[in-house]
Write a protein of this length. Sequence first.
Length: 398
Amino acid sequence: MSSGTSVAVIGGGIAGLVCANRLSQLGINNTMVFDTGKHAPGGRCSSRQVMIEGRACVFDHSAQYFTVTDSRFAKIVSYLHRKGVVKTWCGKIGHLKTGKFSEDKTLTQAFIGVSGMKDIPQCLAESVNLKQSTWAGNISWESELRKWRVDRHGYFDYLVIAHNGKCADKLMSNAGAPQIHKLTQVRFCQQPDMKDKRMQLCSIWALLVSFSTSLKLPYEGVHVEDADISWMANNTAKLRDTSRPQTSTNECWTIFSTRQFGSRNKCPQENIPPKVEREVTSLLLQAVKRVTGLSELPVPNYTRVQLWGAAVPMNVLKTREECVFDSQHNVGICGDWLTSPCIQGAAVSGLALAEKINKHYTGSDRSSTTLIPEFVMADGETIGAFPTDPNMIFKPSK
Ligand SMILES: Cc1cc2nc3c(=O)[nH]c(=O)nc-3n(C[C@H](O)[C@H](O)[C@H](O)COP(=O)(O)OP(=O)(O)OC[C@H]3O[C@@H](n4cnc5c(N)ncnc54)[C@H](O)[C@@H]3O)c2cc1C
């Protein structure tokens, strides 16, 4: 069934792309996804490719890996697996505390994009109408028409807010759906304050660093405790194509700071002053040396720092409803901050909102979700949640 109903999805991260795909499966295929990403969609599930000494090198610079415990998400992962887009990460992943590595015993399976996490949004974007490199800056609810106007892109029957942070707060501030705006208000901090009834986000620095010789560390990904860094991963080992011979000793690492370090060293993320860039690079490299116990680090042949200003939500909606929907104004929200700050959380939220819009459109459920901005602490590590279920070893279906 195909419908004339139109939906504008603002944000082409995992939540927005999954929502648009599901809407299309449900017959609502007049959907347009707007995303700011210049080179690719994906938001916080993306990779950076750079040339280092004549070789193309890939760094996963946001999401590192993901886990699967939800059967609806498992179907999406099966689809991605069939398309050759995801695989399991077989290298050692664990925790590093006071220099001691211990494997993550609770982790049953870790999934990654075959040639970088960017593969996942790229695949999901293939079947949607995507307006890339497009910033939605002005939207309004036209109550007489019962439609949403999105910049100069026209009118839509439904609006999906699939992003968070300052952007969503600003975008919704005068849009004509005040309850939705309340839910998008944010506070940036390093520790959540449970009395504050706003979404609370932390900031994290990423250091992408390459060495021409291997660090020879016995792990490929570690959540780091008691240091200025919270995570480090060897992209070269993680993304290696094992069917090909290894021809280089170059190693590309992604290092993430703690949220405390992110707060202490905050600056405009679009315009990092060179002095801050140098200082942050040096501090994070010192921390790498300390936590790995290496007597010396090789001199890097590439470094780049990036600030994720609105990195990871530290709280989630108290109701744990997987999406938000205001039936008076035909507007919904999906994203990782509604149930769980991770790829699975974002995907499940996108699915739930698509179902909700379809039910509203067909008249089988005209209700709103709870629109009360009440939050509880989110579970997980500094870089998000990794839900696991010891009884669920996921086998992607054929
Ligand atoms: C450093 C870091 C490491 C992480 N590591 C992991 C991990 O290992 N595993 C894991 O599961 N999760 C991890 N996460 C969390 C995970 O990345 C997120 O939970 C998930 O990607 C969120 O998806 P989303 O679709 O909700 O939001 P986003 O990915 O943020 O997508 C929102 C999109 O909307 C776009 N946008 C914003 N404003 C506008 C506008 N006005 N107009 C148009 N487009 C707009 C943005 O550019 C973005 O592309 C990590 C996050 C960070 C920051």
